[in-house]
Each structure stands twice: as structure tokens, then as C-alpha cells.
Design a protein around this ligand. Structure first.
Ligand SMILES: C[S@@+](CC[C@H](N)C(=O)[O-])C[C@H]1O[C@@H](n2cnc3c(N)ncnc32)[C@H](O)[C@@H]1O
Ligand code: SF4
Length: 368
């Protein structure tokens, strides 16, 4: 992973949102929609290209270091649509030779069958929504794939892409630490330890959290963010852009972006409804409905909130530059005394292992 210092100012991510799914999972509050009629992908591709052009006009000259197709279910998109969007990005910005290009995929056999097409289109990493490795739980979560199918999709991802990740959801209803332990051990045993790991009562949730840290770390996948684990070097570079409070463009229905324009940080968001977004883009060249200039306080709070999720922590000097004042040394000292935060040898402030389960309280205290 490039160090925080190396990439502090240089990363620029592009997020592209595909808002459609085959069915709606009951736990999901992402901007995802089920449509009976076929989706007119070429029409969406033209709208994405228009919004990319409109964004590049406001934020020209950036070098794109990561692109992320999220959803919804981007693995329902045709590879040709992905290729068209990547072409549009490359027409308006320079794309770094080693840019990370991720696509979120549901782990069904149909979708795994498209992985080679995505690779040809320019995707070099997939993020699979495995969620659970127990068929009964998968059915309760409303998933359309079995555990066996999910593991098969992971195997295809491994053979097609040099880098991939998969999501698992824990602290599910009635989940016990013992059952989670055997579920976590399954993929590692089956896959020779590779990949990414990502409400019962508080004590059980805490036990599930501790089990996750222990098993993932033992398999060489420490947490680099509160709910993301990777082998060193396997971290999602695009998500690091968010957590390091760097610049990113949001493209598509409901997408959010953060752009530095004329010395100010703009928080930009697009219309959420896919049809209304399409109509707006076709009418006025983009679907953005929010464009707020963040105050110093807002920028500093966002920096703290995102950066303290990371194991690497934050640079207090960057926070002070944003906020116009340093963090309160007395509050830091009190949190240190309780073992919840620590200063690294390089002078970064980070949340300690005992602090992560109470991260929200730590951030609230520091930001107060
Ligand atoms: C928005 S989904 C897109 C990926 C793909 N559609 C899928 O479901 O496999 C990205 C990830 O968000 C996570 N997610 C969705 N709803 C969640 C929730 N309520 N709590 C925790 N994670 C959630 C899931 O793990 C999922 O893989
Ligand atoms: S498939 Fe993914 S995006 Fe769609 S509803 Fe389920 S979790 Fe949400």
C-alpha cells in the first residue's frame, strides 16, 4: 500500500454508481432498485459520459488513480457498457498506468461468467458480495446465491484478477461466535488463506468482532480499516481515497463526490432515482442536485471521522490545517490514558485495538 504520506495529495478516485439489482435484499439501504423492464444500457452509458464530461469541466487536469463501479449490482452491466464508461473517463482525465479499477459483483455463476469480459474492458479487481457462507443464512438475507456458488465465484475471481476482495456481514440476527468462527475458517481453509474480510447484543457483537480480528490476523489479513482486512498491499486503494479524505468524483444516480474547486471543498450529490437522474442528465448535462461548499469545521470533522477508521490513523498537522486549530491535547491525553488512542513513531494519531469497538465515542470526543 502506498503510505499515507506518499498519497496524501496525489490520489483522485472516480466512483460510478449502477443502481439496479435483480432483487432487493432486506438489509440493504444502498440506492438500489429492481426494474421489470430491461435497462437501456447504451442510454445510461451516454448519460454517464455526459456527467463525466460535466465533472471534468469543473475539475480538470486530475490524474485518476482509482475507479470503482459500485451499486446496486454493477455485475449486471454488459462489459461493453463498462468499457464505454472507462473510455469516457480516459477522454477527460489522464488515467494512471497502474490505476485500480474495481467492480462490485454478486457471486452468482452467471456473473462470474462475465469476469473475463470485464477484464478485457479494463477492470482489474472485483469486490464480491459473499455476505455469508451458510445457505440458510443466505436465504434469510434474501440472497440469490448459495455458499458453494459464492466460493466458486471467488475461485473464478482469483483466476481472472490479480486483486480481489469479498464482503461478509457479521453480527447478524442470532449469530453466535462459534458459528462465525467456523464460517470464517471455511474460506481460508478452502482458499488457502486469501481475500478480504470485512444485531446481536453488545457483548456478542464484541465477541464476533474479536473473533474476526483474531482469525483474519492469524491468516495474514490484519484490519487496515475498522471493517476491512487485507494482506499488506491488497488494500482497496479506491476506498483509501475516501478514508484519507482525498478527492473523488461521484458519477451516476445518488453518487456522492468531493471536489476541490477554487480552493474550496465541494460536497456534490446526484439525484437518487435512476429515471429522474437520466432525465436530468439528458436535459442539463448532469444529474447533480447538491453542491455544498464545506466549512473548515465540516472538512476537519469529515477528515477525523474517516481517517480514524484507518489503522494508519491521521496526521494531526493536516487536521490542524483544515480546522484552523489543533486537536485538544487534554482530550488526546485522556483518551491515551484510557488506552483508546496512541501516537505512532511518525507522529500520527491512531485509534488503538481496544479503541476500535468504541470508535464513534472516540471520534465524538475528539471532534467536540
Ligand atoms: C451495496 S452492496 C453492492 C454489492 C452487490 N450488490 C452485492 O450485494 O453483492 C456492497 C456491500 O455492502 C454491504 N452491505 C449492504 N447492506 C449492508 C448493511 N445493512 N450492513 C452492512 N453491510 C451492508 C454488503 O456486504 C455488500 O456486499
Ligand atoms: S444485491 Fe447488493 S446492492 Fe442489491 S439490494 Fe442486495 S446488497 Fe443491496
Amino acid at each position: 500500500m502506498p503510505t499515507a504520506e506518499q498519497t496524501e495529495e496525489t490520489s483522485f478516485g472516480v466512483y460510478v454508481h449502477w443502481p439496479f439489482c435483480l432483487s432487493k435484499c432486506p438489509y440493504c439501504d444502498f440506492n438500489s432498485h429492481v426494474r421489470r423492464a430491461a435497462i437501456d444500457e447504451p442510454r445510461f452509458a451516454r448519460a454517464f459520459a455526459a456527467e463525466i464530461a460535466a465533472t471534468a469541466a469543473r475539475a480538470p487536469g486530475r490524474i485518476v488513480s482509482s475507479i470503482f463501479f459500485g451499486g446496486g449490482t454493477p455485475s449486471l452491466m454488459q462489459p461493453a457498457t463498462i468499457a464505454a464508461v472507462l473510455d469516457a473517463i480516459a477522454r477527460h482525465w489522464r488515467v494512471a498506468a497502474d490505476a485500480e479499477v474495481t467492480l462490485e459483483a454478486n457471486p452468482t455463476s452467471v456473473e462470474a461468467g462475465r469476469f473475463r469480459g470485464y477484464r478485457s474492458a479494463g477492470v482489474n479487481r472485483v469486490s464480491l458480495g459473499v455476505q455469508a457462507l451458510d445457505d440458510r443464512v443466505l436465504s434469510e438475507l434474501g440472497r440469490l446465491h448459495s455458499a458453494r456458488e459464492a466460493l466458486a465465484a471467488v475461485a473464478v475471481a482469483r483466476s481472472v484478477f490479480a486483486r480481489y476482495s469479498f464482503d461478509l456481514i457479521y453480527a447478524r440476527p442470532q449469530q453466535t461466535p462459534e458459528a462465525w468462527r467456523s464460517e470464517l475458517d471455511t474460506p481460508f481453509a478452502a482458499l488457502h488463506a486469501a481475500g478480504k474480510l470485512k444485531i446481536p447484543d453488545e457483548d456478542t457483537a464484541r465477541a464476533l468482532y474479536d473473533t474476526t480480528q483474531e482469525i483474519c490476523a492469524a491468516h495474514g489479513l490484519p484490519a487496515y480499516e475498522i471493517s476491512n482486512h487485507a494482506r499488506p498491499g491488497g488494500e482497496c486503494r479506491h476506498n483509501l481515497v475516501y478514508w484519507r479524505a482525498q478527492e473523488y468524483a461521484g458519477i451516476g444516480p445518488g453518487a456522492h463526490g468531493r471536489l476541490d474547486i477554487g480552493g474550496s471543498r465541494h460536497a456534490i450529490a446526484a439525484e437518487k432515482s435512476p429515471e429522474a437522474w437520466l432525465a436530468r442528465v439528458e436535459r442539463s448535462g448532469h444529474g447533480f442536485v447538491t453542491d455544498d461548499v464545506l466549512t473548515r469545521e465540516e472538512m476537519a470533522d469529515e477528515f477525523l471521522l474517516m481517517g480514524l477508521r484507518l489503522a494508519e490513523g491521521i496526521d494531526p498537522a493536516r487536521h490542524a490545517a483544515l480546522a484552523g486549530r489543533p486537536l485538544d491535547p487534554l482530550r488526546i491525553a485522556a483518551l491515551r490514558d484510557h488506552g483508546l488512542v496512541e501516537m505512532t513513531a511518525a507522529g500520527r494519531l491512531r485509534v488503538s485495538m481496544p479503541g476500535f469497538p468504541v470508535l464513534d465515542a472516540v471520534v465524538a470526543d475528539l471532534a467536540a
